[in-house]
Design a protein around this ligand. Structure first.
Ligand code: GLY
Length: 567
């Protein structure tokens, strides 16, 4: 065959393949498309900050760190300097993934019963909304560490856009206008927060410019002096003195002793893909892989996406995993978490044998706690891929929206309420209705258990999906459904993101579903014994799928302002 024909055929097959990916004519949801770099985050301005870094030649970590600092300004409900989180970094040179743990830790003076009143009852305000709810923040240390270890740019350059946004201001979106109104009571407790997020006698409306000069000062300190400014410097002084003035226990040594840890991710496999996710003190990675291991024993794809059969199996897997979560999960420096056992395929076989195809198991051996009907917009995720194939999957948080809602005087920094992720009293539930055991009891220097699940799915050791989400207890099950939609149901990343979600967490014994799950399916599930309850939208994923040499991204439409950009 003449060469020209062979080349034409090859070109034709290449064009057909990439056009099939670009223009899936049968799809009703389409991803953002790029090939050299992509950023997906909860705010367009932060996404643009990341894109600018990539286009200037920065790598995925440079861009991710810039996005992390920018979100602290433009997404104050979850972006942060005063919180903590987890980052997975895939390094294309070494073809390895590392897990950076910059979760908050309990202050040295924290004690197991510090949130119980005289009668031994959990004081919910003290636990979740007080100066005692604040964990030692890890975000600044985490972002600085990632940049030093994996970045190519200097801190000043990646922090510069955030300083400018804080100093000169940015345009308030409809979403920010609404959340500032919604959380007014919490944010007006502190004079600093009130002065930052409210005008003298009025609200910030969409289109208004919000300036945060004190936050700009803190960011400048960090740009000049690095993480020392936050952990052993002027910012530390201001936070410690403000917290002490209000009865909190954060000390200078809590800050100076704070350490980021870098470990291997937890690894699993699912139908030929490798799953890299966050190890304890996040429960996310372990239970994500545990649920995937259970599901791998069924031909989930053949049941059809969001069919009653597929949802039943997912819900029963979720029930089993969340029951294990309540008993086994805590900070591994303080509690022997049986990670290997929970991740083993044999254990998944054992659990699968407990699942009945036509009826539910009942979650009834432990008394439920006092789950509150709480749906928070807390936490945020961003994903970044660069032209060299490096990838970052990062989830960080203040816990509730705006954390405690308290800003430390003179810093512009919102303080987290991450202590609320401990089990204040073993057997009692947290704000998400999750029951925690002694494994997650409060202890000095311990990190509270998390559900954050930044994840990278790989094939032959190369990333194919970078994903993660906020959503409290629903984080792990949301990531599970994104992965199953891609691998089992062959959806594109936009379809996989948009499809209605479900959630089960063992207790309360309910199968939650989103608006959009059809009534016939719900009726079949009800007939199998599921207690069905509609809930508000679950999660806000920021995902990038890598397929046929293209970057295909999607920001979740469930919350306003999410933005994916690629080039
Ligand atoms: N604060 C939510 C989480 O860490 O899971």
């Amino acid at each position: 065959m003449p060469y020209v024909i062979i080349i034409s055929l090859l070109l034709l097959s290449y064009t057909t393949q990439s056009q099939a990916t670009l223009y899936e004519l049968d799809a009703i949801h389409h991803p953002v498309i790029g090939s050299d770099g992509m950023v997906a985050s909860q705010h367009p301005v932060a996404t643009q900050v990341g894109m600018d870094i990539l286009e200037r030649g920065g790598n995925a970590v440079d861009a991710a760190v810039a996005v992390g600092f920018a979100l602290a300004v433009v997404l104050p409900r979850a972006g942060n300097l005063g919180g903590g989180g987890f980052m997975l970094v895939y390094d294309s040179d070494t073809k390895s993934t590392k897990a950076i743990n910059y979760r908050e830790s309990a202050p040295a003076a924290a004690t197991r019963d510090m949130y119980l009143d005289d009668k031994g009852v959990v004081d919910s305000d003290l636990f979740n909304q007080s100066y005692l709810s604040i964990g030692v923040p890890g975000t600044v240390a985490g972002l600085c560490h990632a940049l030093e270890q994996y970045g190519t740019m200097n801190l000043k350059d990646v922090i510069k856009p955030a300083i400018k946004l804080a100093k000169k201001g940015f345009s308030v979106t409809y979403d920010l206008e609404l959340v500032l109104k919604k959380y007014e009571n919490r944010l007006k407790v502190s004079a600093e927060s009130k002065g930052t997020f409210y005008k003298q006698d009025n609200y910030f409306n969409h289109g208004d410019i919000l300036r945060q000069p004190k936050l700009a000062w803190s960011l400048k300190q960090i740009a000049k002096k690095g993480k020392k400014a936050f952990y052993q410097g002027a910012i530390t002084d201001r936070i410690v003195s403000d917290v002490a003035k209000h009865g909190g226990i954060l000390s200078h040594s809590d800050f100076s002793n704070y350490k980021v840890s870098v470990t291997e991710p937890v690894m699993g496999s699912y139908r030929g893909y490798e799953i890299a996710s966050m190890p304890p003190p996040s429960s996310g990675g372990v239970h994500l892989i545990q649920m995937l291991n259970i599901l791998e024993g069924y031909d989930v794809g053949s049941f059809g996406q969001n069919s009653a059969a597929a949802i039943h199996l997912m819900a029963e897997s979720m029930r089993l995993a969340y029951a294990d979560r309540s008993k086994h999960m805590g900070d591994p420096k303080f509690w022997d978490v049986p990670v290997e056992g929970l991740l083993s395929k044999d254990y998944a076989n054992e659990l699968r044998s407990q699942i009945k195809l036509d009826t539910v198991n009942i979650s009834s051996t432990i008394l439920p706690g006092q789950p509150q009907d709480y749906e928070s917009e807390e936490t945020t995720h961003f994903s970044v891929v660069d032209k060299w194939g490096n990838a970052v999957s990062n989830t960080y948080t203040l816990n509730f929206s705006f954390g405690t809602g308290l800003i430390a005087e003179g810093t512009g920094i919102l303080l987290n309420n991450e202590m609320g992720d401990f089990a204040a009293k073993p057997g009692a539930s947290d704000a998400y209705g999750l029951i925690g055991g002694v494994a997650n009891a409060v202890e000095s220097h311990k990190q509270p258990l998390s559900s954050m699940t930044p994840t990278i799915v790989l094939r032959d050791n190369k990333p194919v999906l970078i994903t993660g989400t906020p959503g409290g207890s629903r984080i792990i099950t949301t990531v599970l459904q994104i992965i199953s939609n891609i691998i089992d149901h062959n959806m594109n990343i936009a379809e996989a993101t948009h499809a209605p979600r479900i959630h089960h967490q063992w207790y309360p014994d309910k199968l939650y579903y989103e608006h959009g799950l059809n009534v016939d399916t719900r009726n079949v599930l009800r007939s199998r014994g599921h207690i069905m309850e509609q809930r508000a939208a679950m999660g806000s994923t920021q995902s990038i799928l890598i397929r046929d040499g293209l970057l295909l991204g999607a920001s979740d439409p469930r919350r306003p302002d999410g933005a994916t950009m690629g080039y």
